[in-house]
Design a protein around this ligand. Structure first.
Ligand code: AMP
Length: 250
């Protein structure tokens, strides 16, 4: 695996290849690895991007304490047979004078959008840049971030992007907690408390979140339809969702 930090180096390494791309912010867990494995199985060339995108964090959010360990992530990506790890510095993605943003207007407003007003603008913009930089043929996302998937799919349709968006199921711990880079911030006690989130979603029962600070617990008409929730456990904000099966009780 080769690690590259500039767009020019990445383009040179790719040549004419149109890769499978897995966009990430690092701190890899099995959720990331499942996307990487799918990309590896479906593409001749696999690029993983590692970029903690400041544009998708609000001012009071956890950008500064977002976990990162590029050495560990690089070793894991290498083991999975990734060809190129694209780990650019901030200025490579947002050079001085940067001022062009992608807004997926309606889908960005509810749920996460209420609590993170410019989040999806940052996500859509960085993803479009990564798609263009890599000229990806396919890009891989987790259902864990269901609204993100909806926003990216809409952008791909609206802007006629020539790539396929592939979505993989949410990977969970045995007890049901969805894997997240932010789980490292949970104390043992908070981790126990956090289990209420998958349980409430699974049971479609908001009352299981009583005592927790709930940002939302709502159905969303994405494809597929989901029940999505966000809660705060101590200083850590967790999101999760379950797909609502056709015909299943809601
Ligand atoms: P992140 O590094 O948190 O931005 O996540 C990178 C990609 O991994 C996104 O497409 C996420 O939806 C996906 N992802 C994060 N957690 C999980 C999980 N538990 N299961 C499946 N995919 C995940």
């Amino acid at each position: 695996m080769k690690t590259v930090r500039t767009i020019a180096e990445l383009r040179t390494a790719l040549g004419e290849a149109r890769p499978g791309l897995v966009p990430t912010m690092g701190a890899f867990h099995q959720g990331h690895l499942s996307l990487i494995r799918a990309a590896r199985a479906e593409n001749d060339v696999v690029v993983v991007s590692l970029f903690v995108n400041p544009a998708q964090f609000g001012q009071s959010e956890d950008l500064a304490r977002y976990p990162h360990d590029e050495r560990r992530d690089g070793a894991l990506a290498d083991e999975e047979g990734v060809d190129l790890l694209f780990a650019p510095p901030r200025e490579e993605i947002y050079p001085a004078g940067f001022q062009t943003w992608v807004e997926v207007e309606e889908l960005s407003k509810p749920l996460e959008g209420v609590f993170r007003p410019r989040h999806f603008r940052g996500v859509a913009t960085v993803c479009l840049k990564l798609f263009n930089i890599t000229r990806a043929r396919r890009a891989y996302f987790g259902q864990k971030d269901a609204q993100q998937v909806a926003v990216i799919k809409r952008m791909a349709r609206d802007l006629d992007l020539d790539l396929e968006i592939r979505v993989l199921p949410t990977i969970r711990e045995e007890d049901g907690l969805a894997l997240s880079s932010r789980n490292v911030h949970l104390s043992a006690e908070e981790r126990e408390t956090a289990l209420a989130l998958p349980r409430a979603l699974q049971a479609h029962d908001r009352s299981l979140l009583n005592g927790l600070e709930v940002d939302y617990f709502e159905e969303a008409d994405f494809e597929p339809r989901v029940l999505a929730a966000a809660v705060r456990v101590g200083k850590t904000r967790l999101i999760d969702n379950v797909v609502i099966e056709e015909g299943a009780p809601t």
